[in-house]
Design a protein around this ligand. Structure first.
Ligand SMILES: C[S@@+](CC[C@H](N)C(=O)[O-])C[C@H]1O[C@@H](n2cnc3c(N)ncnc32)[C@H](O)[C@@H]1O
Length: 287
């Protein structure tokens, strides 16, 4: 396991993923009944943008960096997109306090801050050093449970959640050869145990064919109410790095597609690195 998210935190893919994650949590909060968020690849929770890893790649400058000016003042998206990202903004602001941007929250922090008292968060992370950072941050929090398992095992162990309502984030690093099949299997295993759950599966767009193959793989499974969302910030070429990213959402909450349709063009305009920047939203299955 070589992947460390600290090198990539706050990049364009994180921005898309966490804005959609925040919207998904807001939708879950529309009903009073408690829910559980299960983050299978949690990372460490909050990332220091001045740390050596973040400084070395500087990826965050082309992501979260485009949402603040040099004094730390927010650069708003045009309305109504800005109103939609308000929950995301609140969490970013909370880990930063006053002044210039110096930290970026990971998925555990978005979940923890946006969920309610009665909701629960399950964090899983396999990397021993990252797990230990995660435990340091959330270990004493009674709303949070932590496991250090392979996500393939965690998804079986954690589902269905006792609340029978919830969201499962599948966010693997795609560093292994078989990661596409592992991601598809995780989704299948998850749906078998928790057919009514909201699932959010992240994937990279790099020009190696993985993204199309993954989307086709999900299309073949035909999960209910599945929506595919993509944001590409530059030309997709082989060996050209992370040109874009996608999210497949299963059991998509009502109206989320309309929100994403507002957000995507605003994000393309804000995050574009070249004229080839583009977006895509399609239903893989509508019902
Ligand atoms: C893309 S990062 C997660 C970022 C995080 N979800 C966020 O949005 O802030 C992927 C994480 O998965 C962890 N990981 C890699 N293989 C894993 C596995 N088989 N099971 C669980 N976690 C794994 C990595 O150590 C890394 O922290």
């Amino acid at each position: 396991m070589n992947y460390r998210h600290a090198y990539h935190a706050g990049n364009h893919a994180d921005v898309l993923k966490h804005m959609v994650l925040a919207r998904l949590i807001e939708h879950l909060k529309k009903k009073d009944k408690a829910f559980r968020i299960i983050d299978l690849h949690a990372g460490i929770g909050v990332y220091d943008l001045n740390a050596e890893a973040a400084m070395r790649t500087g990826e965050w400058r082309e992501g979260i960096g485009r949402f603040y000016d040099e004094t730390g003042a927010p650069l708003a998206l045009p309305e109504p997109a800005e109103a939609l990202i308000e929950p995301w903004r609140t969490v970013v602001a909370a880990v930063n306090g006053e002044g210039v941007l110096r930290a970026y929250p990971g998925s555990p922090e978005f979940a923890r801050q946006l969920m309610r008292k009665s909701d629960r968060l399950m964090l899983n992370e396999l990397h021993p050093a990252d797990f230990s950072s995660l435990r340091e941050r959330y270990g004493r929090d009674r709303s949070v449970a932590l496991t250090e398992l392979d996500a393939a095992i965690a998804i079986k162990a954690q589902l269905p959640p006792p609340e029978r309502r919830g969201l499962v984030l599948i966010d693997p690093p795609y560093e292994r050869e078989d990661e596409r099949n592992r991601a598809l299997k995780a989704l299948r295993d998850g749906l078998e145990r928790f057919g009514t759950g909201v699932f959010c599966l992240w994937y990279p767009i790099t020009g190696d064919g993985l993204s199309d193959a993954l989307v086709d793989g999900v299309r073949a499974i035909q999960p209910p109410k599945s929506l595919n969302v993509e944001l590409v910030v530059r030309a997709v070429v082989q060996e050209g790095g992370l040109a874009g990213s996608g999210l497949i959402i299963v059991n998509t909450p009502w109206m989320l597609d309309e929100e994403v349709a507002i957000l995507l063009p605003a994000l393309r305009d804000r995050l574009a690195q070249a004229t080839e920047a583009r977006t895509r939203m399609e239903w893989l299955r509508r019902d």
